[in-house]
Design a protein around this ligand. Structure first.
Ligand code: RFL
Length: 393
């Protein structure tokens, strides 16, 4: 064994929400792990993305004894603010949930998870390049990488947790014939815009003939805006003036502060599930295994769910030599994932079909409007919607 060969129980690839949450759960349970991250710390800490931790996820952190230390932000109010054809229609959902859901920017959660992990003695290695997985179906797989000093290292382990997102190396290490990719393209994209513009509400969503628009608070002074747009549009076509004009048209009201726009990106809306979520001793978590359209605000929450299930399964195996939870890992997660894919697809279709008819036509528009109205008219529908928003279905 050379000095660059090491041993651990779990190698976690990727320090996003899934990887860091898993790392913290294992560390608290006395299980050795090493987290390998390709990027620099500053990059990971600042990556802007999701904004909602649902009640289920908050409860999960509570159960692992971490809620106070990692969940920040402000409580999520059980109200969604809709603007329908320029008219305000707040929707308050009925819920038995005692709260816990938060508007907590993803980078705040990631920063807190990182501080707690490193502060409690966790082993987190940034700028890990050329990560390669070896012998994943054998009894003792290995992960090889080049560290920030350019030294090649090898870590042997019991399990590998692939938490490296949709473009990572983990899923790509599984032979193609062992995985099935189920996917659905929605046929449009979102232009996502980050601007120095305070939001009046935590969330505001517009249904309009010109297409969907959304505004979500990102702290007291900034908002993330979303605009439905065709797949073949280019970011360069969206000047700041055009963006503000389109936001005002779709919301049907002027934007009070049109501050600096700091980023514009295009996200094609799609749903993807890779099954099974494990191969040999490699387990996939979060975006590495599934993508939900951002309309649902569930991507990060699904990643957190996977981390919860996997940590409990490893614990059971290490402490009790009982592999049943590990064997059930993929099936357990996929059941949950498909349930939330169904919710995400339904909500995405509803919000988009009800607006711009050029994608799915007038018939779908009327169906979507009827379904939307049902949210207000039927307490049963309202409750079910609330269950999904809180993550408790
Ligand atoms: P992440 O967060 O992408 O982390 C993966 C990490 O792996 C690293 N990595 C590697 N490390 C080592 N070696 C390699 N070869 C590696 N390749 C990659 C990466 O650098 C990174 O640090 O995946 P994870 O942990 O699975 O978490 C998933 C969530 O980030 C994602 O689902 C959400 O951001 C989705 N999402 C939302 N989810 C919500 O729950 N609520 C929301 O409101 C919400 N809004 C959104 C979103 C995603 C968006 N985008 C960017 C598509 C809004 C947007 C615009």
């Amino acid at each position: 064994m050379s000095p660059t060969d090491e041993n651990t129980t779990v190698v976690i690839i990727g320090s996003g929400v899934a990887g860091l949450t898993l790392g913290n759960f294992l560390l608290r349970s006395g299980i050795d792990c090493v987290v390998l991250e390709r990027q620099r710390r500053e990059y990971v800490e600042q990556r802007q993305r999701a904004g909602v931790i649902d009640s289920r996820a908050a409860q999960m952190f509570r159960e692992w004894g971490l809620e106070d230390r990692v969940v920040g932000g402000v409580p999520f109010e059980p109200v969604l603010n809709f603007r329908i054809d320029g008219e305000t229609r707040p929707f308050r959902y009925v819920t038995d949930d005692l709260g816990g859901g938060r508007f907590c920017p993803q980078q705040m959660l990631v920063r807190n998870l990182m501080d707690v992990f490193v502060g409690d003695g966790g082993d987190l290695r940034f700028e890990a390049e050329n990560v390669e997985l070896e012998d994943i179906t054998g009894p003792r797989p290995r992960v090889r990488y080049r560290d920030s000093a350019g030294v090649t290292r090898t870590i042997a382990c019991d399990f590998i947790a692939g938490c490296d997102g949709d473009h990572g190396v983990s899923r790509a290490s599984i032979p193609e014939e062992e995985l099935t990719r189920h996917s659905h393209e929605y046929g449009y994209a979102w232009l996502t815009v980050l601007a120095d513009a305070p939001a009046k509400h935590q969330s505001l969503m517009a249904i309009h003939d010109r297409g969907f628009a959304g505004q979500f608070a990102r702290g007291p002074q900034a908002s993330r805006f979303y605009l439905q747009c065709p797949l073949d549009t280019a970011v360069e076509e969206w000047t700041d003036d055009r963006i503000w004009e389109e936001i005002e048209a779709r919301f049907g009201e002027p934007v009070a502060v049109k501050g600096r726009i700091s980023s514009k990106t295009l996200v094609p809306l799609r749903s993807v599930v890779h099954a099974p979520m494990s191969h040999g001793r490699l387990y996939l978590l979060g975006d590495a295994a599934h993508i939900v359209p951002p309309m649902s605000a569930k991507g990060m929450n699904l990643a957190l769910h996977d981390a919860d299930v996997f940590a409990a399964a490893v614990l059971k195996q290490v402490k009790e030599q009982d592999t049943t939870l590990l064997e059930a890992y993929s099936a357990t997660c996929l059941k949950h994932v498909w349930n939330y894919q169904a919710f995400a697809a339904w909500f995405t279709d509803l919000m988009h079909d009800a607006g711009d008819v050029s994608y799915r036509g007038e018939f779908r528009r009327r169906l979507a409007r009827a379904e939307f109205q049902r949210l207000y008219d039927s307490e049963t529908t309202n409750r079910l919607f609330g269950e999904f928003l809180t993550g408790l279905n």
